[in-house]
Design a protein around this ligand. Structure first.
Ligand SMILES: [Zn+2]
Length: 293
């Protein structure tokens, strides 16, 4: 396998430091390959993962990516192992806001953030590395405010695939190595800036394959999606956002919204819906306040 890949500015020495390559001969048992046979090398990558994910579920402080070089059988947002609700019957809702970054996604919805702070509404922010790069000061301000739980929304905002599967026209990570980088480079960045490790991950587009989900579990990072589509990728009008929240609310719902599109209807829709939900008895919580299901 040849890796044609641009190394990003975030590329860390740990990626190189722990890299080992071992060649195996495909289809060969104890015989020498006959002359002219094309050898099919299998790269066996071993990363010192404990540096970026100290709670990684691995007794040997490393991850052997050959474990994840398999063909996935499922691709989607709601696969087994992905949490979408709080496990409770209490009237609580977890608002989650993605900050996707990139050329059209690196703004901040000040109106929304100001409302959440003024009214002391706790929420969880899934933040992408590209957004953090563009808004480092603002990111630190949010991360230092206990109203906001900070979680990982990927490094380049790619769907999390081990085979390059696409979602919404965006090509996903193409290998276990790329999937690992999509998770851990942003994990490392957030840790360097805040001193805290994210414990949850939502990929760009919210799509995973089942092997990538296994990889996250192996790292002891929880894949989290949603049960209430709040703004449909920040395309809804304010009325649509309000209706989505009011009609979709149930005890333990996880709402997916965005905090990076100030020209969308998200802020006004959220601001309209929250008092009505409060009157109906709902309170707002962060994802780590309850077990997830
Ligand atoms: Zn996103």
């Amino acid at each position: 396998m040849v890796l044609h890949k641009q190394k990003t500015a975030f590329k860390k020495r740990w990626l190189l430091g722990g890299l080992l390559c071992t060649l195996f001969v495909s289809g060969c048992t104890n015989d020498q390959p006959y002359k002219g046979e094309v050898l099919q090398p299998i790269n066996r990558f071993i990363y010192d993962i404990k540096k970026v994910v100290p709670n990684a579920n691995d007794d040997f402080n490393e991850i052997d990516l050959s474990l994840f070089q398999r063909t996935p059988h499922a691709w989607g947002e709601f696969l087994e192992g992905v949490k979408t609700e709080l496990d409770t019957t209490e009237k609580v809702i977890a608002l989650t806001f993605d900050a996707c970054g990139g050329p059209n996604g690196s703004q901040i919805d000040e109106e929304l953030i100001r409302y959440l702070i003024t009214n002391e509404i706790p929420s969880t922010l899934f933040v992408n590395a590209r957004w953090i790069k563009e808004n480092q000061e603002k990111f630190l301000e949010l991360a230092n405010n206990p109203l906001f739980q900070i979680e990982n929304h990927g490094t380049e905002h790619k769907p999390l695939s081990v085979t390059g599967e696409s979602a919404w026209g965006i090509v996903g990570t193409s290998s276990p190595e790329e999937a690992l980088e999509e998770i851990t480079i942003n994990q490392d960045l957030i840790f360097e800036l805040t001193g805290e490790q994210p414990t949850m991950f939502r990929p760009g587009t919210a799509f995973f394959d089942n092997i990538a989900i296994e990889l996250l579990h192996h790292l002891s990072i929880q894949p989290v999606n949603y049960s209430l589509l709040g703004d449909a990728g920040a395309t809804y009008s304010a009325n649509q956002v309000e209706e989505a929240l009011l009609n979709g609310a149930f005890p333990g719902a996880i709402a997916l919204l965005h905090m990076n599109q100030p020209n969308s209807g998200t802020a006004k829709g959220v601001i309209a819906a929250i008092p009505t939900l409060q009157e109906a008895g709902y309170t707002f919580v962060q994802l780590h306040d309850f077990p997830l299901k």
